[in-house]
Structures are given as structure tokens and as C-alpha cells.
Design a protein around this ligand. Structure first.
Ligand code: ATP
Ligand code: MG
Length: 362
């Protein structure tokens, strides 16, 4: 006797169960690491539009919680059928909306005195609207290079980047970066820093002031510092201002390059919590680079692990833990361990050398 235990998806539902003809069947029974949902996600990547995946699964939370949440997020129709403690998960891949960001076969080669360095090699990445994607990986694996390319601060040697359906050819106000050191203007006050981009856009003073106040409140910067200069602020406050200055522009994509790396543990945890809240409220699309695996898991819907020499995507993890996430959640601990092991494997590789392979780019 089988029963349908879950139907969901923002688009149409799968109909006529008898006629379900999967294009691909995978068996994820017994999978622990990688998590069954990661195996399912990896199989979906290789499907064409409208094709159906059938996953055979014996992990109840994957069938009843993780896969439905994943499908709701992506808008994929889903049906789950239970049969004697085994779940058949049917997922249809339907890409209806234009993704926020598409990185297509992107490589970046730098010429140095020691030869050519392939900072990133053939990176393919699609990010949907409202996704929070974290990138982790050892030093020098090309994380900042990728972020700079997405920001339009540099150009790829090969490949294309599309943001909101437009090809990226330079910086744009729909893609704003928050750097580790905030990069605030020291000659301006906090309020003037936050208002700066709006002023360039010629937004009238009254409106810019209201918006700046709203965002300074959102990032939790005490009013008594609004007229302070940047050197009068602590590191944590500076990052709050940098975040407010980025958010006030209402960018379609927020790019963050190790924004909390220079902060003490306590301030870092507070800002992580606040960023979780801001994201939950605003559902911004965020690409967040960090060295801290635990931070990536606390924040991200997806964690992308980079490998180096040359920099490339090594693995992707779907992080399907209910928010707000806490450090002591067992799934946070488990995912941290898996991803850290992945990165350690990388660090055991020989030290980074300039890549002198001849690569011909047209
Ligand atoms: N402008 C540049 N000229 C030459 N080489 C560069 C340049 N920018 C980056 N690289 C090289 O590209 C590789 C990737 O650098 P990148 O800064 O993107 O790494 P990362 O993953 O951000 O490292 P970290 O975690 O230390 O910030 C490195 O080997 C670096 O030396
Ligand atoms: Mg970097």
C-alpha cells in the first residue's frame, strides 16, 4: 500500500501519478555523507528542463522536510510517496524564472612575473533570486576573484556573467560589494557615508535621510553614532555602516567578501545573527565569501566549496537547516565537519604554484 505524503511546488503539481515517467532514477538509501539532499540536488543539475527525477530514499527528514523545502525554494513540483518505510521522491525540474545570476564557464588568468596564474578555471554557477550562497575554500582559490568579476570590477578571460538577465560588463548599482574592511570614506560621517550612493543618484535630501535612518536602524547602529566619523567607530560598527551603505542602494545582489573576518568572535556572532534576520526579512540575493565554514553554514542556503590550483568549484552543499540557525545545532556541527574535511583535503595538496600551463583563450 503506498500513500502520497507530500505535494508541493510553487508551479503546477505533478499530475497522474500512474503516468509519472522519471528521466532519471537514483537510490540514496543509506546515504549520510554527502547528505541525501545533496545527491538529489546534484542529479537535478544534470536534468534538462521539465525532466523528472525519482529518488529512492530511506531518510524520513529528507523526504518530508528537506526535499519539500528545497523544491518550494526553487519552484520545482514535487511528489513524495511512501511505501513500507521507503520514500519515492519525484521532482520535476522546471526553470521558469530568469536566475538572478549566471556565471557561465568563467575563467580568469592573471599574468605575473612568475608566469600565468589561473585564478579561476571554468566556473559555472547559477544563483536564484533570494538565495543566500556562501563560498568557502583555502586561501588563493579565487573566491575574491570571482566576486570581483561578478561585481564587474574586473573582466573574465573566458566566459560570461549575467545578472538579472543582463550581461555584466562593468560595475552596476544592482550589484553592491561589502569588503572585509568596509572601504568607508573617512572624511564623511556615518550618515553621509550611508547617503553617499543615493546622493550620486540625485535622490532628494529628505528621502535619502529617511532611507539612511531606516537602514542604520536595520543594521542596529546606535543613533548617537550617526554623526561620528569612521575613525571614531569600532570594527563592528564600521561593518554595520558598510552593510547599511550597501543595503540602502537596494541592490538586486549583495556581494560580501569576508565582511566579518576582522571582527572579534562576539561581534562576529552578533552580526551573523543580524544578517540572518536581515536576509529573512528582505530575502536579498547574497553571495558571501568566508574562510569560516561554520559561518557559511549558519548563513547559507547553499555552500560552494572551492578548490585551488586552479581555482574551481569542488563541491556544493544544500544547507537545509531551519532558521534562525544556532551554532550548537547538530546539523550545523555535522555540515561543518564535512565541509571542513573537504577543504582539508585541498590543503593536503602541494602548495600553490603559479600555473604556467599554456591556456589559449579566444
Ligand atoms: N591582480 C592580480 N594579479 C595577479 N594575480 C592575482 C591577482 N589577483 C589575484 N591573483 C591570484 O589569483 C589567485 C586567487 O586569488 P584570490 O584573491 O581570488 O583568492 P582568495 O580565494 O580570495 O584568497 P583569500 O582567501 O586569501 O582571500 C591567487 O593565486 C592570487 O595570487
Ligand atoms: Mg579573498
Amino acid at each position: 500500500m503506498s500513500k502520497v505524503v507530500h505535494k508541493s511546488g510553487q508551479t503546477e503539481e505533478l499530475k497522474n501519478l500512474d503516468k509519472l515517467k522519471p528521466n532519471k532514477i537514483i537510490d540514496v538509501r543509506g546515504a549520510v555523507c554527502p547528505h541525501p539532499l545533496n545527491l538529489i540536488r546534484d542529479s537535478i543539475i544534470s536534468l534538462k528542463d521539465n525532466e523528472i527525477l525519482q529518488a529512492v530514499c530511506d531518510h524520513e527528514p529528507t523526504a518530508k522536510e528537506n526535499a519539500p523545502r528545497f523544491c518550494t525554494r526553487r519552484g520545482y513540483p514535487l511528489q513524495v510517496i511512501e511505501q513500507n518505510g521507503v520514500w519515492q521522491i519525484f521532482i520535476q525540474k522546471i526553470e521558469k524564472t530568469e536566475p538572478r545570476l549566471r556565471v557561465l564557464n568563467v575563467s580568469k588568468v592573471f599574468k605575473t612575473n612568475h608566469g600565468r596564474v589561473t585564478a579561476i578555471d571554468n566556473v559555472d554557477l547559477t544563483i536564484q533570486e533570494g538565495e543566500f550562497v556562501c563560498i568557502v575554500g583555502p586561501s588563493g582559490c579565487g573566491k575574491s576573484t570571482l566576486l570581483n568579476l561578478i561585481a564587474g570590477l574586473d573582466k573574465p578571460t573566458q566566459g560570461e556573467i549575467w545578472s538579472n538577465g543582463n550581461r555584466v560588463t562593468g560595475p552596476g548599482s544592482e550589484r553592491v560589494v561589502v569588503f572585509q574592511e568596509g572601504a568607508l570614506f573617512p572624511w564623511l560621517t556615518v550618515m553621509q557615508n550611508v547617503e553617499f550612493g543615493l546622493k550620486l543618484r540625485q535622490v532628494p535630501l529628505e528621502i535619502r535621510r529617511t532611507l539612511a535612518l531606516d537602514y542604520l536602524k536595520l543594521v542596529g547602529l546606535d543613533e548617537k553614532f550617526h554623526n561620528s566619523f569612521i575613525h571614531q567607530l569600532s570594527g563592528g560598527m564600521k561593518q554595520r555602516v558598510a552593510l547599511a551603505r550597501a543595503l540602502v542602494m537596494e541592490p538586486a545582489i549583495l556581494l560580501m567578501d569576508e565582511p566579518f573576518a576582522a571582527l572579534d568572535v562576539y561581534t562576529r556572532e552578533t552580526l551573523q545573527e543580524e544578517l540572518q534576520n536581515i536576509w529573512t526579512e528582505s530575502h536579498k540575493t547574497i553571495v558571501f565569501v568566508t574562510h569560516n565554514v561554520q559561518e557559511a553554514i549558519l548563513l547559507g542556503d547553499r555552500v560552494i566549496v572551492f578548490a585551488r590550483n586552479p581555482g574551481r568549484i569542488k563541491a556544493e552543499y544544500e544547507i537545509d537547516i531551519t532558521r534562525p540557525r544556532k551554532i550548537d545545532h547538530p546539523e550545523v556541527f555535522l555540515n561543518t565537519k564535512w565541509i571542513t574535511d573537504d577543504i582539508k583535503e585541498e590543503l593536503e595538496e602541494p602548495a600553490y604554484k603559479a600555473d604556467t600551463r599554456e591556456v589559449v583563450y579566444k
